[in-house]
Design a protein around this ligand. Structure first.
Ligand SMILES: Nc1ncnc2c1ncn2[C@@H]1O[C@H](COP(=O)(O)OP(=O)(O)OP(=O)(O)O)[C@@H](O)[C@H]1O
Length: 252
């Protein structure tokens, strides 16, 4: 029982404080993620959601607390070493290379040898080719693989970015507002593709769009003013008076 609980634990954010000259963007914040879990983090503007991702990926350093990935403290490691250990982040704004094809963007993302010129031509290892094709299929962009990424619609660019995060082979995916700028149909499609990952990846999703959060049907962690506020199903969180007061009350 406790043995399997320990081996299932992938990420632990333990009492983390991020202090900007006295302002605490994270304030003694803790949460854990198990392998294969999808978790949604919500909270009003300025709650500290992006700072949480920044902290996990090593972009900001806690003044207190620890971040453990597979049991190893990572909060002092450089970002590239954290990425090498299996965490990858997708930002709000698409960051694809517009003049490359969809497939070449993915080949770059999948590349373990970071010398970019190795990503083209015949030198791509079979496992990376497979990762590219699987990622294309997961996000439904196989038929768009040969087109320049710059010609994709906004939603397709977001899906390409999600595919790029998948193609890295990272075990933990951090998706910061993956539905930014999307309409309802694209938002539903995004929920479907995240659901389609099943328990093959662990996913931390930040989003404001409650219809998207409902479609994901995943456990929700609520943040407020850098602190942990609540955790539960979307229904539990919606029914919580404290959450309604700080967040849902403003969006209903
Ligand atoms: N480099 C910084 N220096 C000072 N304050 C910062 C810095 N980065 C973030 N903050 C502040 O920390 C708080 C948390 O910001 P963060 O971007 O993590 O919130 P968020 O929950 O992601 O908000 P949103 O939903 O608006 O994206 C905000 O008040 C923000 O202004």
């Amino acid at each position: 029982m406790s043995g399997s609980a320990i081996s299932d634990l992938l990420l632990s954010v333990d009492g983390v404080t991020i202090d900007y000259s006295g302002f605490k963007a994270l304030d003694n914040f803790s949460m854990t993620l198990n392998r294969g879990e999808t978790r949604v983090v919500i909270g009003p503007n300025g709650a500290g959601k992006s700072t949480l991702c920044d902290t996990i990926i090593g972009r900001v350093r806690p003044s207190q607390g620890r971040v453990l990935f597979k049991g190893e403290e990572i909060q002092r490691l450089p970002e590239q070493q954290i990425v090498a250990r299996g965490i990858c982040r997708k930002f709000q704004a698409p960051g694809v290379l517009l003049t490359l094809s969809v497939r070449d963007n993915l080949a770059l993302a999948a590349r373990k040898d970071r010398r970019w010129w190795k990503s083209f031509g015949t030198g791509i290892p079979a496992d990376e080719k497979l990762a590219v094709e699987e990622a294309l299929e997961s996000v439904g962009l196989t038929h768009r693989a040969a087109v320049e990424a710059g010609t994709l619609a906004h939603g397709e660019k977001q899906w390409l970015e999600i595919a790029m995060v998948m193609a890295t082979g990272a075990e933990l995916l951090l998706l910061d507002e993956p539905t930014a700028g999307m309409g309802p149909a694209e938002t539903s499609r995004t929920a479907q593709l995240i659901l389609g990952l099943g328990d093959s990846r662990t996913v931390l999703v930040i989003d404001h769009d409650m219809s998207f959060v409902e479609q994901l049907a995943a456990p929700v962690t609520v943040m407020h003013q850098g602190k942990f506020l609540k955790q539960g199903s979307i229904a539990e969180v919606r029914a919580d008076a404290e959450v309604a007061a700080v967040y849902l009350g403003h969006t209903a």
